[in-house]
Design a protein around this ligand. Structure first.
Ligand code: CTP
Ligand code: MG
Length: 257
């Protein structure tokens, strides 16, 4: 069955603070995007790779670098399409999805049988085994699949305080049982059919409601579609801050990829 991978790499990397798009920031000598592309191996059996790059023409040199890195994957025999992203992750995903839909139309891919993986370039060390687990779960019949790891912190739900003593502070509402919590990673996997229904659903939502949907799995939850969970991996950590970049650099030095 057809398999497509969308890598979203259009974010600005504001929290990392390098002044260039995060995907272009060097990680042990190569860009975060090019590290992420290392996971694209022949074993994944991809019919299509879509890389979503920053739309901003003010970073044109950086953009061209990312486009070249993405296109270099064609040497491995995978068809590559590069598109420009939007101002939010969700809009970047939608640009990538549009490219998948166009390819699917031209190649008569059935929407029910096509698996689409959506992956953050910001998780550049995600091992191929995680991609395989997600692909396998979708192809075994799940419409939506997320990789996840147990959380180590105790997580508390908080809200704005109402009482005088702590008026400026948040107060703890509740503490969900840690054993039931998971930190969700990417790649997340879906049938193309599900993603098309998800797109239709979100088009009917307000901007505020859309902004609250931080990943595609959340749309599945809204639509009452079961989201299956497979094992993620500690190396699939997301690079958000300088600390994460240091962690990823250390991981690469320990066991290079
Ligand atoms: N992303 C994207 N388009 C956007 C925003 C985010 O393609 N408009 C992608 C990022 O490139 C990243 C993933 O979504 O691979 C997760 O986003 P995040 O970690 O928030 O990255 P940035 O948005 O770049 O970082 P920041 O929020 O600090 O600016
Ligand atoms: Mg962001």
């Amino acid at each position: 069955d057809p398999r497509a991978l969308v890598i979203v790499a259009a974010g600005s990397g504001t929290r990392l603070g390098y002044g260039i798009p995060k995907a272009a920031v060097p990680l042990a000598g190569r860009s975060i995007l090019s590290r992420a592309l290392d996971a694209v191996t022949a074993e994944l059996g991809l019919g299509l790779l879509v890389v979503v790059v920053p739309p901003d023409p003010s970073a044109e040199a950086t953009r061209q670098q990312l486009v070249a890195e993405a296109n270099a994957v064609e040497a491995t025999g995978v068809r590559v399409v590069v598109v420009s992203g939007g101002s939010t992750r969700a809009s970047s995903v939608n640009e990538g999805l549009a490219a998948v839909q166009e390819h699917a139309r031209h190649h008569d891919w059935s929407a029910e049988r096509t698996t689409v993986l959506i992956h953050d370039a910001a998780r550049p060390l995600t091992p191929p085994e995680v991609f395989q687990r997600v692909l396998q779960a979708v192809e075994s019949g799940a419409e939506a699949v997320v990789p996840a790891v147990p959380v180590t912190d105790t997580i508390k739900q908080v809200s704005a305080a109402g009482t005088d003593a702590s008026a400026e502070l948040e107060i703890v509402g509740s503490t969900p049982a840690r054993s039931q919590l998971r930190a969700v990673q990417t790649p997340q996997g879906f049938t193309l059919d599900f993603l098309e229904r998800a797109l239709e659903h979100t088009m009917g939502l307000s901007d505020e409601e859309t902004a609250a949907l931080t990943d595609e799995a959340m749309i599945a939850e809204h639509l009452g579609v079961e989201v299956a969970v497979v094992a993620g991996h500690p190396r699939a950590l997301k690079i958000t801050t300088e600390t994460d970049l240091l962690t990823a650099t250390a991981l690469l030095q320990e066991t290079p990829m």
